[in-house]
Design a protein around this ligand. Structure first.
Ligand SMILES: [Fe+2]
Length: 285
């Protein structure tokens, strides 16, 4: 696959939707056309291909993995990749998304998303990994910015520079988690708008929106609360700069009895995205 972003340019507008979670699965299916698109966590469907196929019959579905560990140097886990490809193929999605993160050191599963070390050496390894994954899956990889509690010391470049060089070298896309930008800005006291402007926004394909919570002076990306106003404002800032093709509301806990608050958020994001799009690009209902 080439390193230009021409493959990203071909990704269609799929609209505003939700992260599929089994706890609220039947309520999502009942939501009808208030949900344009679903995102599924790849690992939850590796053993559930029929269930995935049934979702694909109802909605456009984007697969989103958590276990690739693109930041780990060395060969990728081929057996895992084969499972990912089966899920990716069933969805028929125009891209595959993951995190710019480390979840695995050789022989050890770290168990959560850890930041990569922003150095030339790690960049070279990630570039190789992204090329390998894109070639294997036959579609672009779209990588998400994660939240992090600690910077890894002695980095030789910023996260934004790392993303720029990665996009330039591989043609991969960006899944911009707007909530994570807000969380990191609060915890590390930087200006989130300056951060957005430093990122390769031309490669943004999809966004995540979610709500977190404060505990002991730290803002956690809990995916468990309503979105805060700063995240909404950041969405508006982003939309002034770049069109968004897919938006997903992430909720992993504190599911409401009725989906109404989540669906209201999905609607609000759709309206915000549509307001800055040409009228011909209406949601695909
Ligand atoms: Fe996210």
């Amino acid at each position: 696959m080439t390193s230009s972003t021409q493959f990203l340019d071909a990704i269609p507008y799929l609209g505003s939707g939700l992260g599929y979670r089994r706890e609220i699965g039947s309520r999502i299916l009942d939501a009808g056309d208030r949900v344009d698109v679903l995102e599924v966590v790849t690992e939850q469907f590796i053993q559930a291909e029929d269930e995935l196929a049934a979702l694909v019959d109802r909605f456009p579905v984007i697969p989103h993995g958590v276990g690739l560990s693109i930041g780990t140097a060395g060969p990728l886990d081929r057996e895992y990749l084969r499972s990912v490809k089966r899920v990716s193929d069933i969805t028929g999605a125009p891209y595959y998304s993951e995190h710019l993160a480390v979840t695995r050191a050789p022989g050890i599963d770290i168990g959560h998303l850890s930041p990569v070390w922003f150095t030339n050496e790690v960049l070279r390894a990630v570039i190789d990994n992204v090329h390998a994954v894109q070639d294997f899956l036959g579609k672009p990889l779209v990588l998400e910015n994660i939240s992090y509690l600690f910077d890894i010391p002695n980095a030789t470049m910023t996260q934004a520079e790392f993303f720029h060089r990665l996009v330039d070298a591989t043609g991969c896309g960006l899944l911009l988690d707007v909530a994570n930008v807000n969380v990191n800005a609060q915890n590390h006291r930087f200006d989130p708008v300056e951060f957005l402007d430093s990122m390769p926004l031309h490669a943004v394909v999809q966004i995540h929106m979610a709500g977190g919570f404060w505990s002991d002076g730290i803002y956690f990306d809990g995916h468990s609360e309503p979105m805060d106003e700063a995240t909404w404002q950041l969405l508006d800032v982003l939309l002034e700069r770049v069109p968004i093709r897919i938006s997903i509301v992430e909720r992993d806990a504190n599911f409401p009895d009725e989906l109404t608050p989540l669906l209201d958020d999905v609607d609000r994001i759709r309206r915000a995205i549509s307001a800055v799009r040409a009228p011909v690009m209406a949601p695909p209902h």
